[in-house]
Design a protein around this ligand. Sequence first.
Ligand SMILES: [Zn+2]
Length: 177
Amino acid sequence: MFMRAKAVRVKNTFRRRLIFIKSTFNEMTQNESDDIRYMKEALKEAQFAFDKDEVPVGAVIVSNNRIIARCHNLTETLNDVTAHAEMQAFTSAANTIGGKYLTDCTLYVTLEPCVMCAGAAFWTQIPRIVYGAKDEKRGYSLTGQSILHPKTIIEGGLLADDCAMLLKDFFKKKREM
Ligand SMILES: [Zn+2]
């Protein structure tokens, strides 16, 4: 009798633990698939830039599972060296929400932000940045993490190959011209 009660208890504990592991796993994969989905949207923006003969970097900003800004690099079109995808996206997102702080938003950008964009991200107080390809030459991380807001979590390398490939194709095309 005792053994059976113990066995049932163990079985129930095991089942509860299994349910917990399963729900945590589902949550993780849901978040991961959302991240991939939004990065693919940023990649679409990068492709728009490519098609306009702009350096192909794209960005989207998401708030409460909704894209509130989608932009790409426009430095040639606007003849403005500050017209990086992220800068466009910060302005656009602030306009959409009617406030300058992006405290419940995530920025998805195909290339690691430069120092200027990381500095702008600081002022927006954005809590999360996800980027694709690493920028070995101009990435913000070359100067250290302190440029970002202390509350900002940054993750790199999502769909990095796809993001980098677009840039490689662009510069290859430029060299051949
Ligand atoms: Zn930048």
